[in-house]
Every structure is written in structure tokens, then in C-alpha cells.
Design a protein around this ligand. Structure first.
Ligand code: FES
Length: 107
């Protein structure tokens, strides 16, 4: 199973094996990782699953859809170049070791 490193706002990293095809958001919620809220359950409608993706993984991610792009303008914490919605990132072996940082606030 590919591993995701969830880094909280304080810099603490929690490594979790997330099943392939599950989203980064689902991996967090299933394992009680704080810092990802996911109010809409993964429909790209709430922007409370906002993460900052570690630079070296950005090029490996699926392209951002129009809806995700729009929702990222509504995040509680500032949008950055490496902002993504974690519900829109499906895990695969190619993403093993993916590191995402949670923003200061989701709501
Ligand atoms: S869970 Fe709502 S936008 Fe990702």
C-alpha cells in the first residue's frame, strides 16, 4: 500500500498506508488524522480538505479540474501554488511517500 505522510501545521508527520484508489482525504479520515475536515465527503464542494503538496510530488498528481480550481479560491487558509484538495488525489504506487501539509485552518 502506498504511504502518505500527513504533516500537521506544527510540523509533526504521521505516516499512513492508504489503499490504492482511496483518496488522500479518505486516508486521513479513516485514520483520525486531524487537520482535514472533509465536510462534503469528497465531492469537491467544501474545500475543507485543503492540503499543501510537497513540491517533488506535484508533477505526479492528476491535473487539477475546473471545480477543484474554483474551490481552492475558497479555502480558509491561503491558497498557494502547491494547494490541492486532498479528496481529488487518488493514491497509487507511483505516489508512494506522498507528503502533504495541512493548513492552519480548514473552516
Ligand atoms: S472533501 Fe469537500 S472538497 Fe474535498
Amino acid at each position: 500500500m502506498p504511504l502518505v505522510n500527513y504533516v500537521d501545521h506544527g510540523g509533526n508527520s504521521t505516516p499512513i498506508d492508504v489503499p490504492a484508489n482511496d483518496s488522500v482525504m479518505e486516508g486521513a479520515i479513516a485514520n483520525g488524522v486531524e487537520g482535514i475536515v472533509a465536510e462534503c465527503g469528497g465531492s469537491a464542494m467544501c474545500a475543507t480538505c485543503h492540503v499543501y503538496v510537497r513540491e517533488e510530488f506535484l508533477a505526479l498528481l492528476p491535473p487539477m479540474g475546473e471545480v477543484e480550481d474554483t474551490m481552492l479560491d475558497l479555502t480558509a487558509s491561503e491558497r498557494r501554488d502547491n494547494s490541492r484538495l486532498s479528496c481529488q488525489i487518488r493514491m497509487s504506487d507511483a505516489l508512494d511517500g506522498l507528503t502533504v501539509e495541512m493548513p492552519e485552518a480548514q473552516t
